[in-house]
Each structure stands twice: as structure tokens, then as C-alpha cells.
Write a protein that binds this ligand. Sequence first.
Ligand SMILES: [Zn+2]
Length: 241
Amino acid sequence: MFKWLFPNKEKKKVENVTLDQESKDLLVEWVHFYEKLNEENRLKFDKRLLSFLEEVTLTGVGCEVELLDKLLIASSAIIPVFNFPNWVYTDLNEVLLRPKPFNKNYDNNSPQNITGMVGNGYLNGKMVLSKTSLRLGFQAEKDKKNVGIHEFIHLIDGADGAIDGIPKVLMEKQYALPWMDMVYQKIKEITEGENEINPYGATNEQEFLAVTSEYFLEHPLQLKKKHPELYEMLHYFFNEK
Ligand SMILES: [Zn+2]
């Protein structure tokens, strides 16, 4: 549906390249989403992963970008848009990997609590991720947090020009209002302590989208049970129309 918006310009290049066995084994070990895929879909995932790594530069700042980090960054990018075969992150050129959580000024005097961010201004086209947090996101599945996926959701949200919690490229216009109604209702529940969604989701509309998408992509069945309407909407967003 969004082919015109996101032409997969690199597709040809990796058509006949396959992912090496070591990478496949790491994906099975670390990425639950991948582990659950059948053989055919794993091959699709592998190709998407190679395409992504072809298009986006990964740079270590004060640490090495190891094979596992490459695979986890690319997986974070692909998981949310796996059902959109032609999706390309047109606004992303580079991912900077820092050894651990950081603060806005990258100094040691203020609290180091940022685990990832997507840029504007001098960070335009860039994403910053903490290496320890990236790995933790794939290890600690139960907490429904995954900073890699979280940051890519912000980019998907912003693909229409505004990171505002309304992912227009994933929805038809008439769903925008019902979606916002649900967002405000759920944010109210979070702030009143009435549900178990990560409280960071109550920060604003865009964080709500990112936080609940992490939940949906890591624990769909739990979300379906606890928040059926939210599940329905996210299911609609993340499946090819
Ligand atoms: Zn965020």
C-alpha cells in the first residue's frame, strides 16, 4: 500500500545473498520474534536484515559494534514492519551505539538515564542506542520493554512528518479519532494506577504509542487478554492492509 512512499531501492542487491549460520543461530537464541517464525519467514527476515544493514551505517561511540549488536539493531527495525515488505526507513542514515545509558550532554555529571533516542536538529537522520540497554531489551522479555523497537516505533510514527503518536502511514484517516480517544483513556488509567502498562507510556501520545507497541510486539497474547481494544488497534496498525 505504501510502496510509492517507501521504495525498496536496495532489494535487488541482496536478493541472492544469504545470512551466515552464526548470525542465524544468534537470532534464534536472542530474538524471540525470529525464533517463532517458520523457515520461509525466517528467510524473508534474513533478507530484510541484510537490506537494512546495507542501507544504514552502524557506528560505535566508545564501544565496538559486535555482530550481535548489528543483528539486534536490525531486528528492532524489522520486527515492527515485518508485515510491510516494502518498508524502508527513509529518515535514518546512521545508528550510533554508546556503551551504556547516557544523558543529553553525554557528560558524567547528570543522571545517565537515556537508553535510546531518535534525532532532530544535529541528530537528524540518526538514532542513538545504549548497547547494554539494547541487549537487555531482548533478554528481559517479561518486562515488555525493548528500547530498540521503541526507537524504531518513533521513526514509523514520524514517517508522516510528525512524531505525534498517530502513525498515519499505518492507518486510515477515520481511525485517528478513535485511536486518540483510546490513548487518552488508557493514559488516564495508567496515571490512576489502574493498569500494568509501563508508566512511561503516560508521558505523552508518542511515548504511549512506542510503549504499547513494544508490549504488542513482545507479548501480543498478554496484551490481547488485558487490553483487547488496544490490541485490536495495534494489530490493525502492524498488519499489512
Ligand atoms: Zn520514546
